[in-house]
Design a protein around this ligand. Structure first.
Ligand code: ZN
Ligand code: FE
Length: 259
């Protein structure tokens, strides 16, 4: 096992720092900015062995070149199907990486939707999911498709319920506001809104989140629940057949009327 802590960046990004007591070499996930990472490494006297990238957006890749300049031997892992020039080890479905210390590895899932080549890193009971799923919500669909996004989210839903989801942004409170629009009667959502508000007032991150809680409160994982289907159909003004149509209506509803 290894330690995972967030390095806050920009207004609401989390860069995940992975370290083990077995080595002074660490890994970071999605360093959009190098400065807070370099600062943390300096303070804890760590060196960088690996950079893991989920997708090509600048707020996830912007720090790579400066980090690589500071630690020229570090590996840069990232999606094979996106153009990120600094990548040394392109990865896709079925790939596996060794963390910079003995005995821990992560596997790779293709999880397109937010972007067309988005990947996620899967470990023992955890998932680094980039901008695919957020606590209480999901990423917007940019260069992927609604069908891809719906399928990737369904794949997350199939993981063990105790899986910890390490996403890249602190959007939880905002997302739960939309979840409450979709399901005004859902007690678990209301409870989560309260606990999230408290955590944020205390300056605490609300990520990682537990998949079991997402399954109860995240509308984008609940597209098979009758109340959610009914709400999506009300918004769309027509009956929606199949998971993709229901997901698409929810995503468009949030994009157009909520955000
Ligand atoms: Zn993104
Ligand atoms: Fe992002």
């Amino acid at each position: 096992m290894f330690d995972i802590t967030p390095i806050p960046a920009f207004a609401d990004n989390y860069i995940w720092l992975l370290k083990s007591e077995r080595s002074p070499e660490v890994a970071v996930v999605d360093p959009g900015d190098a400065a807070p990472v370099l600062e943390r490494l300096r303070r804890e006297q760590l060196s960088l062995g690996a950079i893991l990238i989920t997708h090509h957006h600048r707020d996830h890749t912007g720090g790579i070149s400066r980090l690589k300049a500071a630690f020229p031997n570090s590996r840069v892992y990232g999606p094979a199907h996106e153009t990120i020039p600094e990548i040394t080890d392109p990865l896709s479905e079925g790939g596996e990486i060794q963390l910079p210390w003995q005995g821990d590895s992560l596997r790779v899932f293709d999880m397109p939707g937010h972007t067309a080549g988005h990947i996620a890193y899967v470990g023992d009971g955890l998932l680094f999911c980039g901008d695919l799923l957020f606590a209480g919500g999901c990423g917007r669909v940019f260069d992927g498709t609604m069908a891809q996004m719906a399928a990737s989210l369904q794949r997350i839903a199939q993981l063990p319920a105790e899986t910890l989801l390490y996403c890249a942004h602190e959007y939880t409170l905002d997302n739960l506001g939309f979840a409450h629009w979709v399901e005004p009667e859902n007690q678990a959502i209301q409870e989560r809104q309260r606990s999230t508000q408290t955590a944020r007032q205390q300056g605490k991150p609300t990520v990682p989140s537990l998949l079991s809680l997402e399954l109860k409160t995240n509308p984008f994982l609940r597209t098979r629940i009758p109340v959610v289907i009914a709400a999506a159909e009300r918004w769309a003004g027509e009956s929606l057949n199949g998971n993709v149509a229901r997901f698409t209506a929810l995503r468009m509803w949030k994009d157009r009327d909520y955000d």
